[in-house]
Design a protein around this ligand. Sequence first.
Ligand SMILES: Cc1ncc(COP(=O)(O)O)c(C=O)c1O
Length: 440
Amino acid sequence: MARAWFQSINPKNTAHYSLDEIIYRCPQTGSLLEVRHDMDELKKKSAMDWRTLFEERWRSQDKIDASGIWGKREWVLPDIPREHVVSLGEGASTLFSGSMLSKLFQHDALYVKLCGNSHTGSFKDLGMTVLVSQVNHLIKKGKPIRAIACASTGDTSAALAAYASYAGILSVILLPKNKISLAQLMQPIANGSLVLALDTDFDGCMKIVEELTLEKEIYLANSMNSLRVEGQKTVGIEVAQQLGWQLPDWFIIPGGNLGNVSALGAGLKMLYELKLVNSLPRIAVAQAQAANPLYQAYLKKFSTFSPITAKETAASAIRIGNPVSVEKAIRTLKEFNGVVEEATEVELKDTAALGDRAGLLVDPHTGVALAAFAKLKKAGVIKPNDSVCVVSTAHGLKFADFKVQYHSSASNALYKNSPIDLEATLGAVKDQVARFLDRK
Ligand SMILES: Cc1ncc(COP(=O)(O)O)c(C=O)c1O
């Protein structure tokens, strides 16, 4: 009997669908699906035994065990044969903290989970390893899948391109033209995907890819496919492990298409149900003010949700006005006594730069989350003694253009640090060093 299956998030339909079926929505209600696990089976192992097993596997010499995702495979995809797993060493990422971070943000227990320290530089690797592994498994079992496709604001396509080409599977990428960073555009091009730059926004690309993948020979890789959520849900589990099987009081996570917040919640709930932790944290979703449909719905206590046309933002990967996973996200926020906060462009840029001063390299989306943290703290929602984990979703190097602009000589940004062109003499250098050392 299968130990995991797809099930509708709509309680009206309780049917189980095999993970080997090519299905993305509930056939009866049209709602999204989620992967459900046989919790009674998982409960046969004690919390102590799970902890020990996960600790033994963390960074082991065995490639599958060492992956942050596959080291927890019984909670993710319990039935996949080991030889069908497609892993690039994802997860098990750094939980960053330090005295400078605490000092600059005036908060003692502040952590940043660096999900962008990964093969393609974003948290998308966590889910993509699961999805591509399952597709690889289906192909090996003889399903006629010819390619995997996604719409993307940049990071999903990078992850799909890398994992698919590693497994020898073709990938098709739909991107909104001129709306992603140069590094993100380069990634699927380099990996040999079919890259289609469409004259629309992400929501427009998403609509087309949903229709394209109705033909089952092209498999859908967006996070509405709940296999992705299974990998991404390990983030909270890793944080608990890194804090000695304790959870922080708060998680703050940037939100666009809203798959990731539901993934975070799903992992935390498993931890709690299997008794590896004894309390649940609160969750805050952070949105850019330019693309804030969830924030607007939150202000109305989620009584209604209206899609918007997202405007331009430096946090280009969350420039999404009609999030596919909104229903799941609202359910998660209700379960975790959650809140939603927004950040303006100035706030996200300055807060990202402040984080950099503590030794991070903050991408704009993590800038949104750090700015939301600062605002929630100022508003008294987050208390001075609360422990807080900000989920950093991408590596700053993927957004070098954002950093260069912030620090360019033309900018008047708060923490601007532009390079100084100088004649090549010891005197000139000494003079600049002295000024630098005397600066307050
Ligand atoms: C860097 C980055 N941060 C945050 C997000 C938001 O995640 P989600 O779309 O699951 O809300 C994305 C992806 O869309 C992303 O690429």
